[in-house]
Design a protein around this ligand. Structure first.
Ligand code: ZN
Length: 380
């Protein structure tokens, strides 16, 4: 279920994207403000006026969420963690960090920065309301200020719920990480609390819906209960996804390349002609690529696409060393390196396989598809 999103600008050098689901919230917020909250608290204005105020309030709420995410991003950038983008969607915003925080302290500061920004905005709004209260003709602004203040404080408080992946859950993870010295175990523990909060929210929401339906609570509480259920389910799903991801990253970071590499390596001599390479190697073994050796030394890698780049009529006159990708440090890895390093090296060098080398000897080959299979087995 991939919905489109649009880039609307940049802040701190980070692309800001708005997800399609966010427009639904924008309309919902504008509608409920201009037909409910605003006419109730500020009677006697024209409907157009309410709609305009509602839209302004919705946009200000949008900036509140954005500033919250920029709070996280600012601290993350301070720790040199690149932010891919900030996405605003139906439940708020997410700043996509490329890396995990380097230390529990960094994790803690990045996590609290968002709620701190929200509380600061909330406080500023309330200050404005108090100062403007005595001035005549500012009722509309005061109303919006109060609303914005309440929503920002709520945003800060909700995010401080200690269930991962909410900000409070990240604070909890930072604490567990500092205490137990194990990042992955801390992540898994923090996601358990996230699962628990997700389940509790869902159940409480269902209870509200049930009581509103049976008349024990006002019928108007029905939609509130529905929202609580949706938020609970969202938190539950997010915690479960985070838990899976943590388990996957943990196995990638702890399992050595040795455990998933192919140990019987077939390599091609550098002097071999292409037609011979095709017949005796590519077709015989069915592999997508082979290490190339000259005097038992690794000099490069030749893949199907390297061969395809040459017209078949010329294969008899070209040697493997003329079409291969020559050796570079990004082509090799040691058997003791964790699988995650092999993945990073493949990504940075543009390889789909790496040659495993120990003491100058080729001892194996690790491929992208082997890593994919390994992950499937681990997650299944
Ligand atoms: Zn946050």
């Amino acid at each position: 279920m991939q919905m489109p999103s649009w880039e609307i600008g940049r802040a701190l050098g980070i692309p800001i994207r708005v997800h399609a689901s966010w427009f639904l919230v924008f309309l919902l917020v504008t509608w409920s403000l201009s037909t409910g909250y605003l006419p109730d608290s500020l009677p006697g204005l024209s409907p157009e006026r309410y709609w305009a105020m509602g839209a302004v309030a919705a946009i200000l709420l949008f900036f509140s969420v954005l500033l919250h995410e920029l709070g996280h991003s600012y601290v993350a950038l301070y720790y040199r963690i690149p932010i891919e983008q900030i996405t605003l969607f139906i439940f708020g915003g997410v700043a996509h960090m490329r890396r995990e925080a380097p230390s529990p302290k960094a994790e803690f500061l990045i996590a609290v920065a968002g709620p701190v920004v929200s509380f600061a905005i909330g406080g500023t709004c309330f200050l404005f309301v108090i100062l403007a209260e005595s001035i005549q003709g500012l009722q509309g602004m005061i109303m919006l200020g109060a609303l914005l203040g309440i929503v920002n404080v709520q945003l800060g408080l909700f995010n401080l719920i200690p269930g991962f992946p909410l900000d409070g859950g990240r604070v909890l993870r930072a604490g567990l990480w500092a205490w137990g010295k194990d990042f992955y175990r801390a992540t898994k523990q923090a996601t358990v609390i996230g699962l628990a909060f997700g389940a509790i929210f869902s159940l409480v929401g269902l209870l509200i819906v049930y009581r509103a339906a049976s008349g024990e609570l006002p019928a108007s509480m029905m939609s509130n209960g529905g929202w609580v259920v949706v938020i609970g389910m969202f938190l539950f799903a997010a915690a479960r996804a985070s838990r899976r991801q943590a388990a996957m990253r943990q196995s990638l970071a702890t399992v050595p390349v040795r455990d998933i590499m192919v140990k019987t390596v077939v390599s091609i001599p550098a002097q071999c002609a292409l037609d011979e390479a095709v017949n005796q190697y590519f077709q015989t073994y069915g592999y997508g690529g082979f290490p190339v050796l000259a005097d038992r030394r690794l000099v490069g890698m030749v893949t199907v696409s390297d061969v395809q780049g040459v017209a078949p009529a010329l294969w008899a006159w070209r040697r493997v060393e003329q079409v291969m990708r020559p050796f570079s440090e990004s082509l090799v890895i040691t058997p003791e390196a964790p699988v995650i390093h092999a993945m990073e090296r493949m990504a940075s060098g543009g390889w789909d396989r790496l040659v495993v080398v120990q003491d100058g000897e080729v001892v194996g080959l690790v491929t992208q598809s082997a890593i994919v299979h390994f992950l499937r087995l681990r997650s299944g």
